[in-house]
Design a protein around this ligand. Structure first.
Ligand SMILES: NC(=O)c1ccc[n+]([C@@H]2O[C@H](COP(=O)([O-])OP(=O)(O)OC[C@H]3O[C@@H](n4cnc5c(N)ncnc54)[C@H](OP(=O)(O)O)[C@@H]3O)[C@@H](O)[C@H]2O)c1
Length: 333
């Protein structure tokens, strides 16, 4: 008999670190997760890929292994974080969600048919989004919201420069900064200029042709989400009391992956009139509700480039890592 204890599911597994997605990520048959009192079992309909997926798969930069992701192999054997799906069952302490509810949020191992998620990291799905669209939101848009609102405190009328405007976080950040009333300049590569314009950016700088730090333009806020510009370059592009928020940026740096730049910004900030900060995004129901309201009021929409089936997660991770993605990559389950 297929009892609850023996029920299985299809899920992506990673039991070692590696930089070739096809060698690391494989589809397997696993037991469905069981839930604790504060948790929810979600039947996943869609998930999405972000830069974190690649970092956890590769174990790079090595700093990640030291701070708890697993020294020799990933501690979490099932990749995937953002999700959208239907509540299958809830723990005894969960009162806001019930079986059958359509939800979105985050849970460890979302590249799977079922995932256990903390109730505090889920919310009802925006009514006007498909599961694929909704699954694109949780990690990247939470980061964008917290960078714009809590990191930079963007005010209406301010000039905001968004470096990495065409990526997962950036496509949301452009729209959220516009929703806050800012004048937005997006920075991206040639092939993605049109996308960033259609998201509502007032100006777009193609970094392969023009330099955003040309000395002619200064910004009240810079959100640095891609490219790893030196701090000195960012600072001379800010106004005298401007705010820099470093979200991330990929480098070949094997040990720190550019994280030293974030630390230097934090250390320098008390000694300048400019405010230099980094953010570490928090996954929580409250902000998923804020995002849902922005989405349902038509101010925010995910930009999905491609959708892959669960069996092709490796190809999806490769596509993102090679820098092709315009916005987000969704996974259908
Ligand atoms: N702090 C946090 O809590 C947090 C949360 C989520 C993500 N992150 C980090 O944020 C970063 C972005 O994540 P993501 O998911 O948005 O990645 P993504 O989808 O791969 O986007 C990367 C962006 O960087 C841009 N870029 C690449 N090279 C550049 C260059 N030389 N100059 C300017 N822009 C350049 C890309 O533009 P083109 O594609 O047009 O070249 C693209 O817009 C990653 O490092 C990620 O780890 C941090």
């Amino acid at each position: 008999m297929n009892t609850a204890a023996t029920r299985t599911m299809q899920a992506i597994v990673q039991d070692r670190y590696g930089t070739t997605p096809e060698n690391v990520l494989r589809l397997a048959e696993l037991a469905r997760p069981t839930i604790a009192d504060d948790e929810v079992l979600v039947r996943v309909h869609a998930a999405s890929v972000d830069r974190g997926t690649w970092h956890i798969m590769s174990g790079l930069p090595s700093l990640m292994r030291v701070i708890g992701f697993g020294f020799r192999r990933p501690k979490a054997p099932n990749p995937g974080r953002a999700l959208a799906g239907t509540v299958e069952s809830v723990g005894s302490n969960v009162t806001d969600l019930a079986p059958g509810d359509e939800v979105y949020g985050t849970g460890d191992g979302s590249f799977a048919e079922y995932v256990r998620a903390s109730a505090g990291r889920l919310a009802h799905k925006p009514a006007n989004l498909s599961f694929e669209d909704a699954a694109a939101v949780p990690v990247s848009a939470l980061t964008a919201l917290q960078a714009v609102r809590d990191g930079a405190h963007v005010q209406a009328g301010e000039r905001v420069l968004i470096i990495g405007a065409s990526g997962g976080v950036g496509t949301f950040a452009v729209q959220i900064a516009k929703a806050f009333g800012a004048e937005v300049t997006g920075v991206c590569s040639t092939a993605k200029v049109e996308l960033v314009r259609t998201l509502g950016a007032d100006h777009v700088v193609d970094y392969t042709r023009d330099d955003f730090a040309d000395g002619e333009h200064r910004y009240d806020v810079i959100l640095d989400i891609g490219g790893n510009s030196p701090l000195s370059r960012l600072r001379r592009t800010l106004t005298a009391r401007g705010r820099l928020v470093i979200v991330g940026g990929e480098t070949d740096g094997r040990w720190l992956g550019g994280f030293d730049r974030q630390v230097r910004a934090q250390l320098l900030s008390p000694f300048t009139r400019q405010k230099l900060a980094m953010i570490a995004a928090s996954e929580n129901t409250k902000d998923l509700i804020v995002l849902r309201e922005l989405i349902e009021s038509g101010k925010l929409a995910p930009a999905i480039d491609r959708t892959y089936p669960l069996s092709d997660v490796a190809a999806a991770v490769r596509y993102l890592h090679e820098g092709h993605a315009r916005g987000k990559i969704a996974i259908t389950v």
